[in-house]
Ligand binder design. Structure first.
Ligand code: PLP
Length: 371
């Protein structure tokens, strides 16, 4: 049997009668840049995330970079984040002129250790950037008092967490709802994937939303009049049309991912060599990834590969140990939980279209490896 890590062709087969006419409509209109679908998608995303504003842009990376640029960081200004994440989280801090300040992760959820964040705040700190890793939210209620007391900005890296939510003080709060701004990615492999690159920023305040709308259009609200220097970071109308056609399916897809995760949890229970994902009881996880901690992880990976089972190591090298961040002066041992996670984590197929037989096959292969 073959079980790919992700099967976008299966998704496409199921929805192509909805996506292709939407695409055809854009082609007939020939409005490839800033067509009406952009504002429609922004309105839908703002509604989904309980956010007053949403601003479409060219990628998830730009969805983090543009707000960081809006902060006008000066050399030495610091942004606190996690080293156990996709590269863009810290890459954008660097590219916006700031210094990434890493804080280790909680071993259970893989998310930033909020208790350690306060100790990392200095007079140069401008923002805190938690990542909702693998699809479950970081404990924002523990970061909000820190940013509020000190006038810092909370930037959520929600690239992997569209539609995820967390119960705070008895109320469900969405990824993208509580931050000053939040960045989402529509990279094809994300839970809501475009047919290429795309991103979205949700924003809590009118002022920053208006600013971001300018920054994505070379810094001008009116064409050929520039208030500041921005860039070209628009989302293509074609991508917005694809995303609008897919969006009605997102909740059901995430629910399927949760069902698959529960099935894996059950099938792998009692196997001491693997630890199934820890879901914080306050969170509704969307399982962008289903990530185990596994003994003899690299051996398991080879075994799964030879059994035809797709898998991936997210992430093999924590960001404080990347060559490009050597200038920050961190060495091995600095963030032990992130380093341990990099050595133990392995992600399994969890896409919605997986069948029961495929799930059984994966569970069986893992059990065989440790027998
Ligand atoms: C995917 C991702 C990004 C970047 O999104 P792109 O659309 O690929 O630019 C940023 N942060 C995290 C955590 C991601 O997973």
């Amino acid at each position: 049997m073959n079980v790919p890590l992700l099967d976008l062709q299966a998704q496409h087969r199921a929805i192509k009668d909805e996506v292709l006419p939407a695409l055809q409509a854009v082609i007939e209109s020939q409005q490839f840049v800033m067509g009406p679908q952009i504002a429609q998608l922004e309105a839908e995303l703002a509604k989904l995330c309980h956010a007053p504003h949403a601003v479409a842009c060219a990628s998830g990376t730009d969805a983090l970079l543009l707000p960081l640029k809006a902060l006008a960081l000066k050399p030495g200004d610091e942004v606190i984040t996690t080293p156990f994440t996709f590269f863009a989280t810290a890459g954008t801090i660097h590219n916006a002129g700031g210094t990434p300040v890493f804080v280790d992760i909680e071993p259970g959820t893989f998310n930033i250790d909020t208790a350690a964040v306060e100790a990392a705040i200095t007079p140069r700190t401008r923002a805190i950037m938690p990542v909702h890793l693998f699809g479950q939210m970081a404990a924002l209620e523990r970061l909000l008092p820190l940013v509020q007391a000190r006038g810092l900005k909370l930037i959520e890296d929600a690239a992997q967490a569209i539609g995820a939510r967390r119960k705070i003080d008895g109320r469900w709060r969405m990824a993208g709802e509580l931050g000053w701004v939040s960045g989402f990615s529509f990279f094809p492999s994300k839970n809501l994937g475009a047919w290429g690159d795309g991103g979205m920023i949700t924003a809590s305040e009118d002022e920053i939303a208006a600013r971001l709308r300018k920054l994505r259009l070379h810094g001008g609200a009116k064409q050929y009049y520039h208030d500041e220097v921005g860039t070209n970071s628009r989302l293509d109308t074609i991508q917005a049309a694809v995303l609008l056609a897919k969006l009605p399916h997102l909740a059901a897809w995430s629910a399927r991912r949760r069902e698959h995760a529960a099935y894996y949890d059950q099938g792998l229970a009692g196997l001491p060599a693997v630890r199934t994902p820890v879901v914080d009881p306050c969170n509704e996880h969307i399982f962008h990834q289903y990530t185990l901690r596994a003994e003899r992880r690299d051996g398991l990976q080879t075994h799964l590969k030879s059994a035809g089972i797709g898998n991936a190591i997210y992430y093999p090298v924590p960001l404080h140990l990347q060559n490009c961040f050597r200038y920050l002066g961190h060495s091995r041992g600095r963030f032990p939980e992130s380093e341990r996670a990099a050595a133990e984590a392995i992600s399994l197929p969890v896409y919605p279209e997986l069948t029961r037989d495929q799930l059984d096959y994966v569970i069986d292969a893992i059990r065989r490896f440790y027998r």
